[in-house]
Design a protein around this ligand. Sequence first.
Ligand code: TLP
Length: 346
Amino acid sequence: MKVIDLRSDTKTLPTEEMRRAMYEAEVGDDVSREDPTVNRLEELAAHMMGKESALFTPSGIMSNLLAVLTHTHPGEEILLGSESHMLWYEVGGASALGGVVMRTVPNEQDGRINPYAVEEAIRPENIHFPPTTLLCLENTHNRCGGAVLTPEYTSAIAGLAHQHRLRVHLDGARIFNAAVALNVPASELAKPADSVCFCLSKNLSAPVGSLLCGSREFVERARKWRRMVGGGMRQAGVIAAAGIVALEKMVNRLTEDHATARRLAYGLANIPGITIQPERFQTNIVIFEPPTTITIPEFIQQMTKRGVKIGGLGGWKVRAVTHRMISVADIDEALNRIELLVREMT
Ligand code: TLP
């Protein structure tokens, strides 16, 4: 039985071309900036994000952490969406290592944060209050089902934050999914933010890595923080080489993952007992609710036994993510297996 792994696009394996590029990569010591392949990746990333400079980091989580460390000081407060990855899945690093208060503002189902909620959450000057200094956004929005933030929305909310002297960081782990879905350059989506990071190792299929982009001055300070947290890598060109292939070759094909996700979402909507709003899903993440006759851990376990791997989101929701290694036939097969289980359980 073929296993269909829909747990995450992080499960994608490097392509042949990436492996070849890794083998052939020209490398040096990146801590002293002598790795030509890392330098090339950083230049390419900065260019694609429309920023002056970029920093190669081992993971999306480290990029987000470095953004907080670089933009803020201990004792300050940062605003985050209530469903944000930085809040849910980054081990509380912003607080533990950055010493900042993480204050949440509600995420709408479409990944946005209401500007009035942001305005209300920004602290006025007062002896009792920690200063609010950073707003964090996420595009696409993971827990909101891969929801896309438009350039207009991003520009409006960032404008508001800037009026109040906050900086804006964009967790763009999947920013290229948003760019492809909206048919705009990623740089348009990143433009209103002071910093943006994106991942190479998810939908773009590289084995490792993320880039944190911003002004030259910001990136230089982030580079020092990266060193402090142990993220300075030596001959990192070996992995950066795969990242270059990811950026040059893997962006446009993301439309295929969006099509398979749509096929999955509408297929699930046809299975009686499953709750889903299929029209919500614009990129490669699909969220649905199995029938209440089965618990979520049981559902996931049963599906795994039947060769379809999916993940829980807490509460009654499960998540399926499409990616390069999932074909249309895999989606149809996954739908068959899900339908069979649901029929047995209801
Ligand atoms: N997300 C992973 C898990 O951590 C949940 C996934 O499978 O989706 N920002 C966003 C929006 C992300 O979705 C992720 C990874 C990250 C940051 C962190 O990236 P990594 O895992 O490379 O540090």
